[in-house]
Design a binder for this molecule. Structure first.
Ligand code: PEP
Ligand code: MG
Length: 876
């Protein structure tokens, strides 16, 4: 039987094998094959990772065997031997999932060192200091990552020895000092683990591979996956690669660079490096790195070579690359390349310029911007007037653009809790580490005292689209005392500050923020998206203000106007309540007559804001008890105002109470009981349309939508009420006004009988909030409390109320589309549940042939791009 292949040499893979080799492994293979200087190595596949979990977190013998076989091949290629004291092969062991997850999983460098091989390394390089520097790094990383010993314990020893020897930086330590560090590290290891540090390189290797597999499920990786829609069953690959050393002295170094600026998108190489350092030093922010430009003077040949290869890579991948490199005694190596993370601004500029440069097509450009990222651009910037008056107190690096204002907190935990209490938070840290991810999510913006443009805070913030000012050395943080100082200014926990991630400026005060606009690269890009997409994008809006905002963001109509908010309005709630407590139809009609002019005015405002665009207005949906007070005191006050007794009102309130209001007297059921409510609303909708049409000449075709229908007969009943009122008015006014009557499909029975429903409905709008609720049987209001356990126990990967459950709820949607079209070929199909603005759900809507999606105003641009991407991926 052919044995399954779990390990590939770099020379055996290519960029197309991403699912199997992970992004890093596939790109290392691709670079190897196009002849770039990549240290040799091999990749243990993502399938080996899934096997590891299936087998109960052990590495199968067959997999271990293949790892060692490939290790032998690597020995041949490199001419070095693993564990050989005279000529030791050292390797790095690094994670690499299908989608890049920067800093989320584990890395071990310098693996293969022990007391013998370190001597070999010394002899071979004639550099004892370097050998012991590598050894101490390895012991610390292995102990931390593989054996989970707190890395601070190691840092403390290092700091102590630095202090004893008056060394400011690590690089000031001598070989003797470093030997002492190694000795102390090994003692610490023995104390913590009750055994010696493992000296057998093969044991080190298997343990390291296991640790990388395990790190796939560490808490920060899980959080990152959830934020980025990465499924947990993908697993990570492991890359084992011959070490090259950036810490061999002044002609060695290591760095990170991008082919274009990841913050602004400018077409110019951008990056940082450190001389005499290893990879982790650059991102850890221990020493402040140098800009890549200065390499031109220090090592001109290396720089030229670097620029040449960077261009090759960008052309090859047709995307901006994020590269890691190491210079070992003047020789340049590439350790990684991947499509670089970038801010939304940068993503748009890069996409547009790459089209203009002829590198990619407009269609390809669509796929270069994450729809969700656009959100960053739709949020406020500082008000220019207030900004002029504001006093800058410090300046750091402009690490991730945007403006943020909030209260200062110093730990991720505190930031998270304060956010949950509704506060706006700025997370202030000396530097961030992957453990801070949840606090970063919760914060409006992040301010760090240390670290460069490629520090953890900067990279992660850019990925999230969070405003970030990094490396702000002016501020001195006292985490325990919960304050920071800048000169003699003291900012305490809970004080407001404002930070500008585009300039790096920090202000010790609140600054007002203003709405953004879609212009420049953003404007051009969105025009292209509109010319490509087939799916229309509408908005859910109930006020002229929201409607106008949505139009600015490109909405092509209103897909859902919820009329209930209009009932809640302060000056009309008395009439609403009067209507509810009415004992007779006559009383109720009297109250409704008071509401009519106000409701008509609402619709006039909306039609005016939308001009000729289609508007779908939904009849009243929530149960009536929502409009009545619940507390005794409030009931008493209302009764007095209404001139009825407390008892009478209390009895009405009680009689309206339901055990299960979400499944209760709401939606079209209200209109069945009280047709006069539907009559009033229809009157307002039609009269407002006639008014605006006459006055302003817009061709308004109101779409009247009936909610919560489960049976064609209830739909027909309410529709007849609407049609009668509408036709009477149109006749009386003697105008030519078209209108449509349709329904929400939000009850599973409506989806199942959509062929019958379509006999009466001219359009369907999928209310996937209720449809999800009723298909799963999860209460919309309560499920959040227990769904968390579903994620923790890996029963669910995501919240079905946010991202459409395509295989269940989606199946109903698809079926209803097909059944609806069987009856009425030209039936208009849309969606107005929350899913209408979520990119994967938008793609689904495109694929099942909906005419439009409808979402909140701020998600309109996201939906426009998601719709264009869906068309590029699956043209229709
Ligand atoms: C829905 O159920 O998806 C919907 C849009 O209606 P509502 O959220 O108002 O119930
Ligand atoms: Mg609903």
């Amino acid at each position: 039987m052919n044995q399954k292949k779990y390990v590939y040499l770099f020379s055996e893979g290519n960029a197309g094998m991403r699912n199997l080799l992970g992004g890093k492994g596939a790109n290392l293979a691709e670079m190897t094959n196009i002849g770039l200087p990549v240290p040799p190595g091999f990749t243990v596949t993502t399938e080996a990772c899934t096997r590891y979990y299936e087998d109960g977190q052990v590495i199968g013998d067959d997999i271990a065997e293949q790892i060692f076989e490939h290790l032998e091949k690597l020995e041949k290629i490199s001419g070095k031997k693993f564990g050989d004291p005279t000529n030791p092969l050292l390797v790095s062991v690094r994670s690499g999932a299908r989608a890049s997850m920067p800093g989320m999983m584990d890395t071990i460098l310098n693996l293969g060192l022990n007391d013998e091989t370190v001597e070999g390394l010394t002899k071979l390089t004639n550099n004892e200091r370097f050998a012991y520097d590598s050894y101490r790094r390895f012991i610390q990383m292995f102990s931390d990552v593989v054996m989970q010993i707190d890395k601070n314990l190691f840092e403390n020893i290092l700091d102590e020895i630095k202090e004893q020897n008056n060394a400011k930086y690590d690089t000031d330590l001598t070989a003797e000092n470093l030997k002492e560090v190694v000795k102390r590290y090994k003692e610490l290891y023995r104390k913590e683990k009750g055994e010696e540090f493992p000296s057998d390189p093969k044991v080190q290797l298997l343990e390291a591979v296991k640790a990388v597999f395990r790190s796939w499920n560490n808490p920060r990786a899980i959080v990152y996956r959830k934020l980025n829609d990465i499924p947990s069953d993908w697993g990570t690959a492991v890359n084992v690669q011959m070490m090259v050393f950036g810490n061999m002295g002044e002609t060695s170094g290591t760095g990170v660079a991008f082919t274009r600026n990841p913050s602004t998108g400018e077409n110019k190489i951008f990056g940082e490096y450190l001389i005499n350092a290893q990879g982790e030093d650059v991102v850890a922010g221990i020493r402040t790195p140098q800009s890549i430009e200065t390499l031109k003077e220090v090592m001109p040949e290396c720089y030229e070579e670097f620029v040449r290869i960077a261009h090759i890579l960008e052309k090859h991948y047709k995307d901006m690359q994020d590269m890691e490199f190491t210079i070992e005694q003047g020789k340049l190596y590439f350790l990684q390349t991947r499509n670089g993370k970038r801010t939304a601004q940068a993503a748009l500029r890069i996409a547009v310029e790459m089209v203009e440069e002829g590198l990619i097509t407009k269609e390809e450009a669509m796929l270069k911007v994450e729809p969700k990222q656009l959100d960053q651009l739709l949020h406020p910037m500082f008000d220019q007037e207030e900004l002029k008056k504001a006093k800058e107190i410090a300046k750091g690096l402009p690490a991730s653009p945007g403006a943020a204002c909030g209260k200062v907190y110093f730990t991720a935990e505190e930031a998270k809790q304060r956010r949950q209490l509704g506060e706006r938070v700025i997370l202030v840290r000396t530097e961030t580490s992957p453990e801070d991810i949840e606090g970063m999510v919760a914060a409006e913006g992040i301010l760090t005292a240390r670290g460069g443009m490629t520090s953890h805070a900067a990279v992660v913030a850019r990925g999230m689209g969070k405003c970030c000012v990094a490396g702000c050395g002016d501020i001195k943080i006292n985490e325990e005392g919960k304050y920071f100082t800048v000169g003699d200014i003291v900012i305490r926990e809970g004080d407001y500050i404002s930070i500008d991630g585009s300039t790096g400026k920090v202000y010790g005060q609140k600054i007002k923020t203003v709405e953004p606009e879609i212009t420049g690269y953003f404007g051009t890009f969105m025009e292209w998206a509109d010319s490509i997409r087939k799916l229309k994008v509408r908005t859910n809006a109930d006020t002229p203000r929201d409607a106008a905002q949505a139009v600015k963001f490109g909405a092509e109509g209103i897909g859902l106007c919820r009329t209930e908010h209009m009932f809640f309005d302060e000056d009309r709630i008395p009439a609403v309540r009067e209507m509810i407590v009415a004992k007779t139809e006559e009383q109720r009609r009297k109250a409704l007559d008071k509401l009519l002019p106000m409701q008509k005015q609402d619709f006039i405002g909306i039609y005016e804001a939308m001009q000729d665009r289609p508007v779908t207005i939904r009849l009243l949906d929530p149960p009536l008890h929502e409009f009545l007070p619940q507390e005794d005191e409030d009931i008493r006050e209302l009764a007095e105002n209404m001139g009825i007794s407390y008892e009478e009102l209390k009895a009405t309130v009680d009689s309206l109470k339901e055990f299960n209001p979400m499944l209760g007297h709401r939606g079209c059921r209200l209109a069945v009981t009280y047709p006069e409510i539907a009559e009033m609303q229809t009157r307002a909708i039609i009269e407002a349309a006639i008014d605006v049409k006459k006055r302003l000449g817009y061709n308004i075709v109101p779409e009247i939508m009936i909610p919560l229908v489960g049976d064609v007969k209830e739909l027909k009943y309410v529709k007849d009420v609407i049609v009668k009122v509408a036709n009477d008015i149109i006749k009386r006014e003697n105008v030519n006004l078209q209108y449509k009557v349709g329904t929400m499909i939000e009850i599973p029975r409506a989806a199942l009988t959509a062929d019958e429903i379509a006999k009466e409905a001219e359009f369907f709008s999928f209310g996937t909030n209720d449809l999800t609720q009723m298909t799963f049987g999860f209460s919309r209001d309560d499920a959040g409390k227990f769904l968390k356990d579903y994620y923790d126990k890996k029963i669910f990967e995501y919240d079905p109320f946010q991202k459409l459950d395509q295989s269940g709820v989606g199946k109903l949607v698809k079926m209803a589309c097909e059944l609806g079209k069987q009856t009425r070929q030209d039936i208009k199909l849309g969606i107005c549940g929350e899913h209408g603005g979520e990119p994967t759900s938008v793609e689904f809507c495109h694929n099942v042939g909906l005419d439009y999606v409808s979402c909140s105003p701020f998600r309109v641009p996201i939906a426009r791009l998601a719709a264009a991407q869906a068309q590029v991926k699956n043209p229709r």
